[in-house]
Design a protein around this ligand. Structure first.
Ligand code: ADP
Ligand code: TRP
Length: 328
């Protein structure tokens, strides 16, 4: 069975963009691939330096994964930092990675432009991501479109290593990106992102969810006038509604006497309905931390075994292990 790997940073609370861009693919493909899905906690240190928040976010994402339908019997779920071999491999890979490759990173440049301090971790982020992927011989990596360049970098880094050491140690991974859902817009119309404060969080309380949906930016066309149906509310509604429901909403907008507030209420209802089961399951999981912890423990053991085998091979290839290790 081919292998699928992906991670999400615990840099905040998960949102519709994370679900439709990434997690839904993890879940829909559980019977097609052997899945490894982790919480990229090492990565989040590049932008988050609040230990309490890091712990809380990480645990919440595990709850989210399970509540949304990741099945620990089929997929391996773990914390990245429980498998320190990722960082060890990242160091080996960093020595075949040109700085220019990293400096061309869109995500790096965007974060700097947004005022995030340019620490070294932010620059070398794609190397650790490459290590996450290559250490498991991943075949596919389900991600949102914004991660496409990071995937290309992972392939470049794997190739460089293989060329440098005349080996075929690393498999070149393929991205799994759903083009139809390429980028989910946030409440302000930009890419929905934890770092932009424009998210709709499927596990927020009903009150909070309503507040987020009501904050979707619209124009000030008066209630009775027709409105352009090519708006943000419709774009989000389309993720949940049937074709007929979407057509109906568009007709309502074109007809007039249908306000953005009406549409937002419909959006709220459909989101609550869509995530009803997941929201209930999450409440149950909160009551059962022993179960959740056992999944992380087992996931870490399984992932680590594979990672340790691969790092041993990589160390041999570069000359860190070999004859000398008989006296270690
Ligand atoms: P964020 O931008 O909120 O910090 P992450 O970078 O942690 O999100 O992304 C986790 C996963 O969710 C990645 O696979 C990413 O491509 C996907 N993703 C995040 N935001 C969106 C979005 N607005 N549309 C589609 N996919 C997204
Ligand atoms: N960079 C990814 C993001 O921000 C998270 C991530 C870290 C990841 N390591 C990964 C995704 C490995 C896929 C595979 O969304």
């Amino acid at each position: 069975m081919k292998r699928s790997i992906s991670g999400i940073q615990p840099s905040g609370v998960l949102h519709l963009g994370n679900y439709f861009g990434a997690i839904k693919q993890f879940i829909d493909n559980q019977d097609r691939y052997e899945g490894f899905y982790f919480i990229a906690d090492y990565h989040s240190l590049t932008s988050l330096n609040n230990p309490e928040a890091l712990r809380e976010n990480s645990y919440n994402i595990v709850l989210d994964y399970l509540a949304l339908g990741l099945d620990p019997k089929k997929s391996t779920i773990f914390l990245q930092s429980d498998v320190p071999e990722h960082t060890e491999l990242a160091w080996l890979l960093s020595n075949v990675t040109p700085i220019g490759l990293l400096e061309r990173g869109h995500s790096y440049k965007d974060k700097i432009a947004k005022g995030i301090a340019p620490n070294t971790g932010l620059l070398t982020y794609p190397i650790l991501m490459a290590a996450d992927i290559l250490i498991y011989d991943s075949d596919v990596v389900p991600v949102g479109k914004d991660q496409k360049q990071h995937l290309e970098m992972a392939r470049d880094i794997a190739l460089k290593f293989n060329q440098q050491y005349q080996t075929e140690l690393f498999k070149l991974p393929e991205p799994l990106i759903l083009d139809s859902l390429a980028i989910i817009p946030g409440t302000d119309g930009q890419k929905m992102s934890k770092s932009y404060g424009n998210t709709i969080n499927m596990f927020a309380s009903k009150k909070e969810l309503k507040k987020q949906i009501m904050s979707i930016v619209t124009d000030s066309t008066p209630l009775e006038e027709p409105k352009n149906p090519d708006n943000n509310i419709v774009k989000l509604y389309e993720l949940f509604a049937t074709k007929e429901q979407v057509e109906q909403m568009k007709r309502n907008f074109l007809a007039g006497n249908y306000g953005y507030g009406h549409a937002k209420n419909e959006l709220l209802e459909i989101i609550l309905e869509y995530f009803k089961e997941a929201r209930e399951k999450r409440e149950m999981l909160i009551q059962n931390p022993e179960y959740v912890n056992s999944i992380l423990r087992e996931g870490a053991i399984k992932a680590r075994k594979i990672a340790q085998e691969k790092i041993t091979l990589a160390k041999k290839v570069v000359g860190l292990l070999g004859n000398s290790y008989k006296y270690l």
